[in-house]
Design a protein around this ligand. Structure first.
Ligand SMILES: C=C(O[C@@H]1C=C(C(=O)O)C=C[C@H]1O)C(=O)O
Length: 358
């Protein structure tokens, strides 16, 4: 065989490749149409009986040089890719997706915007314990120019014997301090019944990690006019997280801030594993702002600053962290909250870092 023969044969292969490509794409388009029909009719996408019939037809007609098992394998891969295509279509149609809305959603919390390129800080104690405790943190924050005050009034604790929060009294304390100092309140609500009451006290309703798939709660906060900070579930995939946000937006509320707070993995060096790549993925796949909770993801004070730098560098819209006047006596998360002095150097160092990034 001459070099010329080889190149002619390769030209033929190229031609066949292009034909296969054209046929594959043609097939893909039909599959997409089938996907739309199934969606309308509420039929599940995967249909093994249909795949069996198709394979039988292929087996009957096969007489080429490839082993039958090889041909079956190739077609099974095509069926699999076709199912993915039907799924992708479905995913891209979500209201939170970039496909549905290419431009960023800007969430406005009393003038503090998320999603327009600014990078914010949401800070405050893990749990509201007293007026004095919250006030001390709020004043320190205000001195640093920060106005987004977080604090837990309803605490979903792992053990039922741990401090469960002050409830409505906690919300009242947060509101009073925020009004005195000139701040906005971010606080977690645990049940649909409390959402209505919370509207009087909070500026942002937080849905905690443990409630990310509390669908009734998501629907309720989707029906009110109040920004929602939605935390990623303890072991939730990004897809599940995005679908949780879809529950909220599908009820009419698009003022949603997503929060990566670490996920459960086998790693024990940190409380959770901060999935930092979730930030650009979420920003690419959705039009919603994304914040990173460095306290709950790391659970370690020594990692708060490096994790916060990573969050800002990777494009997070905000960093969330916990501050307590005297963490040693805090009723929750005592090991991971910063005291006021630590908070001050944390913020000052981060501001310097932010300036360098700009
Ligand atoms: C295209 C369909 O959806 C899926 C994909 C198939 C394929 O690629 O041939 C077959 C069955 C389903 O699992 C269909 O139901 O016909």
């Amino acid at each position: 065989m001459t070099t010329n023969d080889l190149s002619q044969l390769r030209d033929k292969i190229d031609e066949v490749n292009l034909q296969i490509l054209e046929l594959l794409n043609k097939r893909g388009e039909i599959v997409q149409e089938i996907g739309h029909v199934k969606e309308k009719q509420g039929i599940v996408r995967f249909d093994p009986v249909r795949e069996r019939q198709s394979l039988d037809l292929i087996i009957e007609n096969h007489d080429g040089p490839f082993e039958l098992s090889t041909v079956q394998h190739i077609f099974k891969e095509i069926f699999k890719a076709s199912l993915e295509l039907q799924k992708d279509n479905h995913k891209k149609a979500l209201l939170v997706s970039r496909k549905a809305q290419p431009e960023n959603t800007i969430v406005d919390v009393n003038g503090e915007t998320f999603g327009d390129g600014s990078q914010r800080f949401i800070m405050g104690p893990c749990a509201v314990e007293s007026y004095d405790q919250v006030k001390e943190v709020a004043v320190a924050m205000k001195e640093q120019g920060l106005t987004l005050l977080r604090g837990g009034a309803f605490k979903p604790r792992t053990s039922p014997y741990d401090f469960q929060g002050l409830g409505i009294e906690g919300l009242q304390i947060l509101r009073r301090v925020a009004d005195e100092v000139g701040m906005s309140v971010v606080s977690e609500i645990l049940t649909p019944q409390d959402v209505e009451t919370a509207l009087d006290y909070v500026d942002v309703i937080q849905i905690g990690a443990r409630n990310m798939q509390n669908f009734e709660l998501l629907k309720t906060v989707g029906s009110v006019k109040k920004p929602v900070l939605l935390k990623r579930g303890l072991a939730a995939t990004i897809e599940e997280f995005i679908n949780a946000a879809e529950y909220i937006i599908s009820r009419g509320n698009d003022q949603i801030i997503l929060c990566e707070r670490g996920i459960r993995t086998y790693e024990k060096a940190t409380r959770n594993t901060l999935d930092i790549s979730a930030v650009p993925i979420l920003k690419k796949e959705t039009h919603l702002p994304v914040t990173v909770d460095v306290t709950h993801s790391t659970g370690r004070k020594d990692l708060l600053f490096p994790a916060a730098k990573a969050a800002l560098a990777i494009g997070a819209d905000a960093v969330m962290a916990e501050v307590h006047p005297d963490p040693a006596v805090a009723l929750s998360d005592s090991a991971q909250q910063m005291d006021i002095a630590e908070f001050n150097s944390f913020i000052e160092d981060l501001k310097t870092f932010k300036d360098k990034l700009a």
